[in-house]
Design a protein around this ligand. Structure first.
Ligand SMILES: [Zn+2]
Length: 87
């Protein structure tokens, strides 16, 4: 039982390490470069509050959300295949 707990602790440390690395990478990326005044998709002015949080924002929040949904939709590998049923 103790060994199981140790394994869980190590697994949690491993997960925490990866999450912290990913968060750091996102923070670095969000503040590098210079943002735009207008959204590159719809052309509206990007609110200053958004630019304050994400200085290199290229899209307004709505367009960024659509952009990320599109990326997730087309970047995700197929989750199911009829071939799996045959094998
Ligand atoms: Zn926009």
């Amino acid at each position: 039982m103790e060994r199981f707990a140790d394994d869980l602790d190590l697994t949690q440390l491993h997960i925490d390490k990866h999450i912290n690395a990913a968060v750091s990478k996102i923070r670095e990326k969000a503040t590098e470069g210079k943002g735009r005044k207008e959204c590159c998709e719809c052309g509206i002015e990007i609110p200053s509050a958004r630019l304050k949080l994400i200085p290199n924002a290229e899209r307004c929040a709505t367009c960024q959300e659509h952009h990320e949904q599109h990326e997730r939709l087309f970047a995700a590998p197929p989750r199911y295949s009829w071939v799996d049923d045959v094998a």
